[in-house]
Design a protein around this ligand. Structure first.
Ligand SMILES: Nc1nc2c(ncn2[C@@H]2O[C@H](COP(=O)(O)OP(=O)(O)OP(=O)(O)O)[C@@H](O)[C@H]2O)c(=O)[nH]1
Ligand SMILES: [Mg+2]
Length: 369
């Protein structure tokens, strides 16, 4: 249950004291999956969408016993289905989005004035914060709110049957319409906001190890730079049923903003993260430079990153040198510093608590607005 947590964080101006109710992170109920279940995060997808064709109208003339000319009774065709993107919090990436989508066709009309059935729309769930661009790269839509929809391809209208064409002068029309074809378009869809918290750091700082330690995500870990090539997402559950999504992004290097290395193409993800966590390898002496470079690169990419909540994780404190450096970082850095060892799990609980505090603070700010 909740308990009052008094936390102490060193900052430049002295010691910060908070007295706040913080939900505890829950233990994972399910075991980690066996085998090679590495699933990366799909953040961009190009797809072709085709609306359903409308059903054809029908030409028919009713004949009844003792009423030979009972009249035209051809029904209208049903409308074809649209292809729709809908923002949903149920999905976190574009893994479920097929590369080619076609909505169902409407049914044809038939005799007895039976209208064909309208086809159901094909709704594709995409994460909240998805940007929709056409094939030339022009932005067509931004699904920034839960439930918002974007009609990607309209279905064709159903054709009219001959009953529709009865007029004063033409009592027995022998015409009907074909159903219209659905639209056929190409889109590129991109996820901008995928996580509440983004892990940013140099290659080999231990971001993937940290994400493995705090969630069920299983990004690859290896002692060489650029192990992680695509973002990975992990979810932390708390006892108040809140879930925090944490993203492990590919490592940044100096001049990333000039498109060196990999990181820059993924920095757009951090734009809508509510908080940034810098993962620093504290076993290296140049930890301070690393933090400055990371902040410089972010600054070059977009300026308002300074308004976001930020936290520094001094990783690898199982190494004695790193423990000393982490203590020094706590003294000299203006940002809150949490020393952890992603490998041994030391102090991970404190980090999860910090993340929850940041999440709660940001949520209450949004509600007040
Ligand atoms: N001793 C120690 N080693 C660690 C710790 N965390 C990570 N490592 C090691 O550091 C190396 C790099 O870890 P990764 O998690 O792959 O680093 P990364 O930041 O994801 O690297 P990229 O994906 O290349 O950007 C691996 O050999 C890890 O075993 C730690 O807390 N202590
Ligand atoms: Mg990695």
């Amino acid at each position: 249950m909740f308990k009052n947590v008094i936390r102490t964080l060193n900052s430049l101006g002295g010691v910060r004291l908070f007295s706040q109710k913080v939900a505890r992170p829950l233990r994972q109920k399910k075991p980690k999956a066996d085998g090679n279940s590495i699933q990366s995060f799909v953040d961009v997808r190009q797809l072709r969408v085709v609306g359903g064709a409308g059903g054809d109208g029908c030409i028919s003339f009713l004949r009844l016993w003792s009423n030979e000319y009972a009249g035209p009774d051809g029904g209208d065709g049903g409308h074809g289905g649209h292809v729709i993107f809908q923002a949903s919090t149920n999905v976190h990436d574009l893994n479920n989005v097929p590369t080619s989508v076609k909505a169902n066709n409407g049914e044809n009309g038939s005799n007895n004035d039976c209208h064909g059935k309208n086809a159901n729309h094909y709704v594709i769930e995409v994460p909240v914060g998805t940007i929709i661009k056409d094939a030339s790269g022009k932005v067509k839509g931004d699904l920034h709110t839960q439930g918002l929809m974007f009609i990607a391809a309209k279905g064709g209208a159903g054709g009219k049957g001959n009953h529709f064409y009865i007029s004063d002068t033409e009592q027995a029309p022998k015409i009907c319409e074909y159903g219209a074809k659905g639209e056929e378009l190409e889109y590129i869809i991109e996820v901008r906001s995928m996580a509440h918290i983004g892990l940013i750091g140099f290659p080999n700082a231990g971001k993937s190890t940290l994400l493995r330690a705090i969630s069920r995500a299983r990004p690859k870990v290896a002692p060489y730079p650029f192990t992680t090539l695509k973002p990975h997402l992990g979810i932390i559950q708390y006892e108040d049923y809140e879930q925090i999504a944490v993203a492990d992004l590919p490592g940044l290097i100096p001049d990333s903003h000039k498109n060196k290395g990999l990181g820059i193409q993924f920095l757009k993800h951090t734009e809508r993260c509510m908080a940034l966590v810098y993962v620093i390898d504290a076993s290296l002496d140049e930890f301070y430079d690393h933090l400055e470079i990371l902040q410089y690169e972010l600054d070059k990419f977009y300026e308002n990153f300074k308004n976001k909540s930020q936290l520094v994780v001094a990783n690898k404190i199982d190494i004695p040198k790193a423990r000393q450096n982490a203590a020094e970082m706590q003294k000299i850095l203006q940002l809150p510093v949490v020393p952890v060892s992603a490998k041994t799990g030391e102090n991970i609980a404190a980090l999860l608590r910090e993340m929850k505090i940041i999440y709660d603070n940001n949520n209450t700010e949004e509600e007040e607005e």
